[in-house]
Design a protein around this ligand. Structure first.
Ligand SMILES: *Cc1c(COP(=O)(O)O)cnc(C)c1O
Length: 364
């Protein structure tokens, strides 16, 4: 081991989680959401590890292009779609599927003369109020897309849930019902039916009615629970990323002395403080609170003082086996990232996506 700090990516866990998701939604295809560098796990390596996924979804054109350049041949969906003719031509060239959520995108398709076959996901806004046609605008958008001259354009429909992680929140069912009612009003039932996609991770694991023909999990693939009231393990998910680091030194700090910038933590007793190689330069939030658990040499110990750019301090008093060179885990195997996120008043998504470029990703 030559690296002080690394993010170990467990590709077997990725595949296991895909299997778990399939078991939750056995009738649905899986669009694996790997935007934002696969939530910090490495875009291309994650796609290659998830070769069994039915499709991949990314937010930006460049992400899709990087996947094609790496030889990924599976369907790739651009979740935000395209915004000018050049991007549309590029998407056609790479055979990307498009989410269409704004009239501008319909206009661009209407002006497009490339005969290549597009798969278009019309996005309906059922209450998220972010992207998509409102139910009253859905029919006209559908009619324009149906009239397109692009040969054999294939239409599908999707929506996105705003509160699926809150299990008993009625908004989820209200959104699904609005989605279904709008499709019925547009005549998209029976033989006219289009393929549907509704659920993200929380929708997939928690709401069978949100399955549709395609589920769109992101977080759950990475072995993280979308629910505050249930661990990932309870859902049969295994953490994929383990952020591992090294103890640089252990120092004895006298009662009354402070540790780190701003003297933000003061020892109430003589203490042994381990200094670890991990900081906000690696993507740890600077406001990780005192008391955030860190797994040092296999046992949990509390973080103390301010997070520095390259280092954190951990109180290892009474753990004589911790020495310079000991291994530590900031999150991952044995210490769920969900738990760490709660100590930074953030969500696991932000911690995973925030792992910085200097952190080497090592595939296991
Ligand atoms: C990011 C995203 C997802 C995945 O969400 P998770 O909560 O990570 O499962 C699904 N659908 C859309 C439209 C998204 O933007």
């Amino acid at each position: 081991m030559i690296r002080l700090l690394r993010a170990v990516i467990d590709s077997a866990a990725l595949r296991h989680n895909l299997g778990t998701i399939r078991a939750y939604a056995p009738g649905s295809k899986v669009m694996a959401v790997i935007k934002a560098n696969a939530y910090g796990h490495g875009l291309v390596s994650t796609a290659l590890a998830l070769g069994d996924a039915d499709a991949f979804a990314v937010a930006r054109l460049e992400e899709g292009i990087a996947l094609r350049a790496a030889g990924v041949r599976a369907p790739i969906v651009l979740l935000e779609g395209i915004f000018n003719a050049e991007q549309l031509a590029e998407a056609a060239h790479h055979g990307f599927e498009l989410v269409v959520h704004d009239p501008l995108q319909i206009k661009l398709l209407e002006a497009h003369r490339d005969a290549r076959r597009f798969v278009v996901w019309i996005k309906m806004d059922t209450g998220m109020n972010r992207l998509g046609f409102r139910p009253e605008a859905f029919g006209p958008a559908l009619a324009r897309l149906r009239a397109l001259t692009v040969p054999s354009l294939e239409l599908r429909v999707m929506t996105h849930l705003a509160r699926a992680d809150e299990r008993s929140e009625p908004m989820t069912i209200a959104q699904i019902e609005k989605f279904e009612a709008t499709l019925a009003a547009a005549g998209l039932t029976g033989v006219q039916r289009l393929a549907t996609s509704i659920g993200n991770s929380a929708g997939t694991l928690g709401h069978p009615r949100a399955h549709g023909d395609w589920v769109r999990p992101g977080l759950a693939l990475y072995g993280v629970s979308p629910f505050a009231d249930a661990t990932a393990a309870k859902h049969g998910l295994k953490p994929v990323m383990t952020l591992e680091t090294t103890v640089l030194t252990v120092r004895e700090v006298k009662r009354g002395e402070t540790v780190g910038y701003a003297g933000a933590w003061r020892a109430e007793r003589d203490s042994s403080i381990a200094i670890l190689a991990a900081g906000y330069g690696d993507g740890l939030p600077r406001h990780l609170a005192n008391g955030t658990p860190v797994l040092v040499a296999g046992a949990r110990h509390p973080l103390v003082g301010r997070v520095s750019m390259d280092m954190i301090a951990v109180d290892v008093t009474g753990a004589p086996k911790v020495t310079a060179g000991s291994r530590a885990i900031v999150w991952g195997d044995g210490l769920p990232v969900e738990e760490v996120a709660a100590h930074a008043e953030t969500i696991p998504y932000e911690l995973l996506c925030g792992v910085s470029q200097r952190v080497p990703l090592e595939l296991k």
